[in-house]
Write a protein that binds this ligand. Sequence first.
Ligand code: NAD
Length: 295
Amino acid sequence: MKIGFIGIGNMGGPMCRNIIKKTNHSVTVFDLNPASVKACTDLGATAGKNVAEIAGGNEVIMTSLPMPKDVEAVALGPGGILENAKPGTVYFDLSTNALANVRAIAAKLKEKGITMLDAPVSGGTIGAEAGTIAIMVGGDKAAFDAHLPMLQSFGANVLHMGELGTGTIAKLVNNMMAFCNMAAAAEGMMLGAMAGIDPAKLQQVISNSSGNSSAYRLFSDRVLKGNFKASFALDLAYKDTHLALELSDQLGVPTPMGATTHNLMRLARGMGLGSSDTASMMRVYETALKREVRI
Ligand code: NAD
């Protein structure tokens, strides 16, 4: 099968490399960043010239792009998927996208005989490297079934959620919960430090107690090591809580914890930390209280 992969950054890069390493599919890649392209061509991928070439020359197209506007531009903009992909092409968007955007793009593509499935992923860059990420897919079940082995080459928990958009809904709910966990972790870690207990021992306790979660583990590991280099940029997490709150607004569902977490991220972004890792939510507390929580 000929696969074209657009957007091979922190997540797309390792996902694409797992397809290259674990299958015999022919993979062509495109990214605005030449270093990201090289990391895939070094393993045997072909470098595409632009989105148009990827869209026109492959049976399957994948995107892993930062913002909904980026997906929209690549899918529907000039030189994009709509203009160039052939009828019968199957398109998986692995990005965390807005529900309305997924539906609008899929409808336009369908008119041209292109099948889009929303297939956001969870598990972070570590899971993407290890091929253990969850992939939650919404859309045409037959297309899902036909491509399941390929999806399983880079994800360990691949689930068809239902109609188009259901993957995106699951992803937004998951991420809102994960970031609420991180915001709670920031409070707890600072409280423990200010009260004078050893942060490493507190982490050991919580990791084996009822306050534990995978989000807490990831967050506390980064904070304690002072590692705020983006693996999951705060700007992208902020996008996710924004999209979750937008959905809760539309449905009239109260999400006070999601809103508080979103505002904590807003403070961090206001401090210029948008391109740092999501764990830099902790820097808001550390700056306000002039106390770093490290080991
Ligand atoms: P990233 O910024 O590391 O990667 C995005 C890549 O897209 C970059 O390499 C960029 O150069 C490329 N790009 C942007 N516009 C492009 C265009 N027009 N044409 C070609 N390439 C273009 O972001 P990421 O962390 O890999 O996130 C990608 C998506 O996955 C986002 O939607 C994010 O919300 C989601 N996600 C991220 C994580 C994570 O831990 N980082 C986890 C789950 C989901």
